[in-house]
Design a protein around this ligand. Structure first.
Ligand code: NAD
Length: 294
């Protein structure tokens, strides 16, 4: 069993981006610029946004944070997005989800200019992904593809089982793994909350991606020997032994599943770190488009 280490793989992606950005700057070009909108002060969102900013700055991007109060109206949020859409110095726009209940996430996503949609959630990006047209790929599935690439995990002809069909993880993941890509070409089964024979399907998986948000859901009797297991789950579980009062748990019962696998991602330290790598790659793509490079 080998650990797929998000720290190592994400650092490698960042390093190559950093080199590319410094070369662009040496040619007299401006820095790529990511703008993040954060509504309210949800603890997890604050952590994600801080990490996205830190990583952006580390590789030489510009990073702008627009903070809005949790009570902000949908109208004002949409006008903030419009002004970033119209700002030629901004390449990528990300609105940190979840949003307060009175704001339509769909409306927000659809207001972002598809050319700046570095989260890859806009219907234009989703449509392109389905059609195999180069586009912004949602950051978490993109990060998983980068992880497979970093560790050179064979995927062609394998049976991949994806648990979860959300628009941000499960569904795009299933599309990528089934696409004709260097780390795609799998036969894919996508499972969800109405799948009756989940265990039997998982047991067929050469690659199992767990993205359902239920801590420890995937047990050792659901995984065949030698499978590759990718754990996307991130759930805060109360834990009094921790200073924060919680620990982060994945969807896989790591301790018991890991010995059966050929490769497995830990939580934390796995997919979560790759998600930001995916976002940074998308931002560079947006920048290059804006600058007419490649
Ligand atoms: P979601 O709630 O939108 O979707 C969960 C999916 O799991 C649904 O499609 C549902 O049908 C399926 N599901 C639920 N219970 C099931 C069951 N018993 N059997 C089979 N399928 C079941 O969640 P999401 O946004 O896709 O996120 C999933 C998990 O991944 C969460 O823990 C989330 O925090 C985590 N996540 C991690 C990252 C990261 O960077 N690592 C990014 C996004 C989400």
């Amino acid at each position: 069993m080998q650990i797929l280490d998000g720290k190592i793989a994400a650092a490698a992606v960042r390093e190559s981006l950093k080199t590319e950005v410094s070369q662009l700057k040496a040619q007299g070009k401006r820095a790529p610029h990511l703008a993040v909108i954060l509504v309210g002060n949800n603890g997890a969102s604050e952590t994600y946004v801080a990490s996205k900013q830190k990583n952006s700055l580390e590789i030489g991007f510009l990073s702008t944070l627009v903070r809005l109060d949790a009570t902000v109206s949908e109208e004002i949020l949409l006008s903030e997005i419009e002004s970033l859409n119209n700002d030629a110095t901004v390449d990528g726009i990300l609105v940190q989800l979840p949003l307060p209940k009175h704001i339509s996430e769909q409306k927000v996503i659809e207001t972002i200019n598809p050319n700046k949609d570095v989260d890859g959630f806009h219907p234009v990006s989703a449509g392109n992904l389905v059609l195999g047209i180069p586009t912004f790929i949602p950051a978490t599935p993109y990060g998983i593809m980068l992880m497979l690439e970093h560790y050179n995990i064979p995927t062609k002809g394998k049976h991949a089982v994806v648990i979860g069909r959300s628009n941000i993880v499960g569904r795009p993941m299933s599309i990528l793994l089934s696409s004709n890509l260097p780390y795609g070409n799998c036969t894919v089964t996508i499972c969800h909350s109405h799948t009756p024979n989940l265990k039997e399907l998982c047991l067929q998986g050469d690659i199992v991606v767990a993205a359902l948000g239920r801590p420890g859901f995937v047990k050792e009797d659901m995984i065949k020997d030698g499978a590759v297991v990718i754990d996307v789950g991130i759930t805060r579980v109360p834990d009094e032994t921790k200073k924060s009062g919680f620990r982060i748990a994945g969807d896989v019962d790591f301790e018991n599943v890991a010995p059966k696998t050929s490769y497995i991602t830990p939580v934390p330290g796995g997919v979560g770190l790759m998600t930001i790598a995916g976002l940074l790659k998308n931002t560079l793509v947006a920048y290059k488009k804006a600058e007419g490079i490649e």
